[in-house]
Design a protein around this ligand. Structure first.
Ligand code: NAD
Length: 493
């Protein structure tokens, strides 16, 4: 791979902060390049905002809060109707931006933006979503009401792998619930979030209701510790999710922290392989394996294993790896050279541990990406044992491990051993097996003959175990509950 170009600080391509309705360049001395992972080119410079800038964004949100809280939910919903129209109008542009800074294919980026818009559509239901409850005569002549009130300033901290969708999981719902917001996008993919912010301003969001700051750990720490931030929505890797959860709790805040994953795909001997194989390939290698719902361990049950592994290897060999804007490409690059190194390291570790590398992405034939991109082909390990690092760790790259077991019981036990519990899938023609799987599996999002078990916007994104810290999940009614607090009124007149 060609060496990375050394970034020169270029203020003309500085990614701006959004504070109190105004875009401004950071005064920080600390900048970091943003790359197009398909070419290795530096496409922008992102600031690590100063503590003062983070405080200014939170203060702007705190100042905007009283009048936004007093804005009727129907008016907040109308903002989202206008926003949805703008997102539709700029749909292709947003998808292209996602591809450019993240590397995923345009088809994948379009799906991501669509999923994000669906949250905005759900948020337009605010007047209904925020309805309270009322009971007459809880005692003689006494009535009781439940009212949903907003929290105040909410901070949202996002990962690189869905630069548009994950911010959209958070702020549309937080805003329609009456909160104001400070978004901290991933420093590796901040451009889509900035465009989302521009469109929100165009839709008419009042000054200070929505703000953006950039940076890494220090920015996150400043947001989480700020006394005016009342709640934190976090999505990212497991160690950071755990850290943000603990830090936010230590500062007395409400927090939801979605972490990493190691998703198991159980294939029963009766599975329809013509459908199962493409579903597994797309789950494991779509977005170069950089999805929290990516299938990364296939648990092959009984005599399906040989045929399945052969079919998966043959399908992996067909995957065209290259620039996401090329319509013939199936899989883009990984996000950074370090991610590539991590994947290559796991290929070595898997081999050292005795797994057989039946398809080696280092020798992938169908690589057509430009020099300088962060390329790594798809890889498949067979005869993986559940205690091997390739079976336990989140690799977050295009590596699929196959574990062979004798029956469904053993398959469920393998999946349930994982410290993660984001998603799990089963491929079968048997309702009984599917029911057994659904009942016993310890994961929050399940697919039955589906490779990527992504809930729609009006349901919660529902990871378990170390894939999630908190109790109310992202999106759906959980998000409405997360972004509101309940007030009980008991009256006698
Ligand atoms: P990451 O944890 O490196 O970064 C996430 C955010 O945390 C970023 O905004 C980053 O600036 C910040 N951050 C990084 N290190 C920090 C630290 N030490 N202290 C405080 N903040 C810090 O995650 P990533 O690599 O951007 O994203 C990929 C990860 O996100 C994967 O593990 C993936 O499974 C997970 N993810 C989970 C879900 C889910 O729904 N459970 C969804 C998408 C991604």
């Amino acid at each position: 791979m060609a060496a990375l170009r050394v970034p020169t600080p270029d203020r003309t391509r500085a990614v701006p902060l959004l504070v109190a309705g105004e875009w401004r360049n950071s005064d920080t001395q600390r900048w970091e390049p943003v790359y197009n992972p398909a070419t290795g080119e530096v496409i922008a410079q992102v600031p690590h905002a100063t503590q003062e800038e983070v405080a200014a964004a939170v203060q702007a949100a705190a100042r905007a809060y009283p009048s936004w809280r007093a804005t009727p939910p129907i008016e907040r919903a109308r903002l989202m109707f206008r926003y949805k129209e703008l997102l539709e109008r700029h749909f292709e542009e947003l998808a292209l931006l996602v591809t450019r800074e993240n590397g995923k294919t345009l088809a994948d980026a379009r799906a991501e933006v669509r999923r994000g818009i669906e949250v905005v559509e759900f948020a337009t239901g605010a007047p209904t979503l925020l309805l309270g409850e009322m009971a007459e005569d809880v005692a003689r002549g006494i009535d009781s009401e439940l009212v949903r009130a907003p929290l105040g300033v909410v901070a949202g901290i996002c990962p690189f792998n869905f630069p548009a969708m994950i911010p959209l999981w958070m702020f549309p719902l937080a805003l329609v619930c009456g909160n104001t917001f400070v978004l901290k996008p991933s420093e590796r993919t901040p451009l889509s979030a900035v465009r989302l912010g521009e469109l929100l301003l165009e839709a008419g969001v009042p000054e200070g209701v929505f703000n953006i700051v950039h940076g890494g750990k220090e920015t996150v720490d400043a947001l989480v510790a700020h006394p005016d931030v009342k709640a934190v929505s976090f999505v990212g890797s497991q160690p950071v999710a755990k850290y943000v959860y603990a830090e936010a709790a230590r500062h007395g805040k409400r927090v939801q922290a979605l972490g990493g994953a190691k998703n198991h795909l159980i294939v029963m001997p009766d599975a329809d392989l013509e459908r199962t194989v493409p579903a597994i390939i797309s789950s494991a290698f779509g977005a170069a394996g950089q999805r929290c719902l990516a299938g990364s361990v296939v648990v092959a049950v009984g005599d399906v294993a040989d045929t399945l592994v052969d079919a998966l290897s043959a399908a992996a060999a067909e995957i065209v790896v290259g620039e996401g804007t090329d319509p013939e490409v199936d899989m883009g690059p990984v996000i950074r050279p370090e991610a590539r190194q991590r994947v290559l390291g796991y290929l070595e570790r898997g081999q050292e541990a005795g797994a057989s590398l039946v398809y080696d992405g280092r020798r992938h034939g169908r690589l057509k990406g430009p020099d300088g991109g962060f390329w790594v082909g798809p890889s498949i390990f067979d005869h993986v044992r559940p205690d091997m690092a390739v079976a336990c760790d989140e690799i977050f790259g295009p590596v699929l491990s196959v574990i062979r077991v004798g029956d469904l019981n053993a398959a469920i036990e393998v999946a349930n051993r994982s410290r993660y519990g984001n998603a799990a899938c089963i491929f079968t023609r048997s309702g009984r097996a599917a029911r057994e799987f659904r009942y016993r599996i310890e994961a929050g999002m399940l697919g039955v003959n589906i490779g990527v078990a992504a809930p729609m916007a009006w349901f919660p994104f529902s990871g378990w175990k170390q894939s999630f810290y908190g109790d109310l999940h992202a999106t759906g009614k959980d998000a409405v509950r997360f972004y509101t607090q309940v007030k009980m009124v008991i009256s006698r007149w």
